[in-house]
Design a protein around this ligand. Sequence first.
Ligand SMILES: C[S@@+](CC[C@H](N)C(=O)[O-])C[C@H]1O[C@@H](n2cnc3c(N)ncnc32)[C@H](O)[C@@H]1O
Length: 242
Amino acid sequence: MQASFIGFDPGAPGDDRTVVKIGPHTLYCADAYWIRESLGRFDAEFMDPPYLFDNRGGGTFRKSRTGAEMIVQEQLDQGFEMSIINPLLAGSIVIFCHNDQLPELLGYLNPRYTRFCMLGWIKKNPSPMRNKHYLADVEPFVHAWNPGFHPVGEHHDMHRWVTSGTMPAKVFGHPTVKPLDVMDKIMRNLSGCTVIDPFMGTGSTGVAAIRQGKIFTGIEKNPKHFATAVTRITAAWEQYGQ
Ligand SMILES: C[S@@+](CC[C@H](N)C(=O)[O-])C[C@H]1O[C@@H](n2cnc3c(N)ncnc32)[C@H](O)[C@@H]1O
C-alpha cells in the first residue's frame, strides 16, 4: 500500500494542512490547535504533547546527552494548551506528561472525565539532570475515561507500571520518541476502534494503532517529523495492516 497524498486543504485562515492517507489511516501536517476540533469525535485520544519542566542544569553530562538541547530547540519543554483536551471529542484519553504537569493536568481532567488512573513507564536510561531532584526514571501518564469507554484488556496485561527496553538516543532525529512496547501496551488497553494523536511526532502511536488493529488519525506540525511518521506508518501498514 502506497501512502497517497491527498493535498493541501487551506480550511480556515491559519489552518494550513497537508493530508496523507495510508489505507484507512489519515495523517495531517498541521497545527493541532487549528484543526483538532474539525476532525470530530474519536473513541480515544492518545497524546504525548510538549512537556512543561525546568530544563536547566546538567553541566558536562548535558553535553554528552544532546537530546536536552533538542528538547529546548523544538520547544518541547514549553507545555501545551489543555483546552485541546475536550471530552466531547473523545470517549477516553491517555496523556503523557512530566511530573510538574500532574497537578494542573489532573485538575483539568477531573471535572471532564468520570474516572482516571495514574500510570507510568519505567525508563532504563533516565537523564540524571532534572535539577537534582528525583531521577526521571518513571514517566507518568494518565488514562481517563467516560462511561462506555472503560479500559479493556487481559487482567494480567493491565499493569500500571510498564518497563520498557531502552530507546536509542534521538532515534528518528526526534528527542522524545516513545518505545513501541510501551505504546503497544497502552493501545491494547484503549476501548474502541478509532484513535487520534494530535501531537504524533514520528508516529509511534500510529504504528502501535496499526499493530493493535485500530484506525489511526495523527497530527504533527513539524514537516520533518511528519515525513518520518508517514514513512513509519506506511511500513507498519505494509507489515501488519492488510
Ligand atoms: C513529545 S513529542 C511526541 C513524540 C512522539 N510520541 C513520538 O514517539 O515520536 C510532541 C510533538 O508535538 C509536536 N507539536 C507541538 N505543537 C504542536 C501543534 N500545535 N500541532 C501539532 N503538533 C505539535 C512537536 O513537533 C513534537 O513532535
